[in-house]
Design a protein around this ligand. Sequence first.
Ligand SMILES: C[S@@+](CC[C@H](N)C(=O)[O-])C[C@H]1O[C@@H](n2cnc3c(N)ncnc32)[C@H](O)[C@@H]1O
Length: 374
Amino acid sequence: MKKIKLIVTTTFGLEAVVKKELIVFGFDQFIVSDGKIEFDSDINDIPKLNIGLRTADRVLIKIGEFKAADFDALFDQTKACPWNDWITENGKITVIGKSVKSVLKSVRANQSIVKKAIIKKMQATFNKERFSEDGPEFVVQISILKDIVQLTLDTSGAGLHKRGYRVDTGDVPIKENLAAALVLLSSWHKNKLLIDPTCGSGTILIEAAMIGRNIAPGLKRHFMAEDWPAIDNKFWREGRDSALKAVHPSGNLRIFGYDIDQKRITGCQINAKNAGVGEDVIFKHQDIKDLEIVHENGMVISNPPYGVKMLREKDLAYIYDAMNAIFKNKPEWEFYIITADKKFPNCFKRGKPGKVRKLYNGTIETNYYQYRKK
Ligand SMILES: C[S@@+](CC[C@H](N)C(=O)[O-])C[C@H]1O[C@@H](n2cnc3c(N)ncnc32)[C@H](O)[C@@H]1O
């Protein structure tokens, strides 16, 4: 099996969660930096990881890494990389890039040099001058940090958060991979009662149900590298077959979502059905203040309205007051709340959170407040 180096990218702050997932997949010996985890693997791991990773952004193949402080060095070393292992004669090549604290700061110029160098290599490989570029797509990423150039090929295509189940999103949806991370960072397991009283498009609960039933997040979508002849189709088939065999049957989860907006609830039901967990999560149109909790034990994982553009102060107070009233005499309940509202821990009458983790919901800086039993 061909040995390769993969780089799995993550949202800033989720590196440890993604690394844990990779360990469960059987990998070890990682190089972890901000938003990136690098490790050795085999070519057939590409389908497995794309299909199975819940919290990562993308799976990239590392094609080369070298120092370059001028265009000649960038051109020559790019040309020396093994592009012919991957890119087909009719491949459509797109080069994207970024440059931080480096001499080669013009991203546009770097993109153009790298593309020229790849084409030069292809001319030598295929013994021809021009290429139609009407075949499978190859997205090359140039990442330059302090004059060290890293060249990668994206195997995922659309970001891995795009599972394909979400048709209705509402105003400020949380990304699917962040929602999965919130669940994996909590102490939730499939026998625990879980609710989200302001569930929006239901992302957190749908991801929890998929985790509870061991449904791989990428089972129903397409990945860019599926079109590449370099990765035998049988690896994609095997990846999907074994993920399908690992799914647990429906019927044992206790997961409930509520929202004040009926449109959101209708959307949740469609999203859950698309994700294959339509039977596993119960959604109900309900104002948080009318929520009645009869169970002594349970968990809330929620992303209440933020206040960034959604709500005014007094609307936020309405939500927090409702939560305080509902859970006042429920010391056994646990809470995991992601919000951009820094006043939240002062308003939520549950004492000091056991843990606070800074996370990004897209570009919005948020905190994930974690309250274990009282
Ligand atoms: C930040 S969004 C949740 C987004 C969700 N995590 C997602 O991924 O789609 C907050 C949700 O709270 C709902 N909401 C606002 N006030 C509410 C109330 N009083 N009771 C229940 N839900 C409420 C809004 O309709 C909105 O869908």
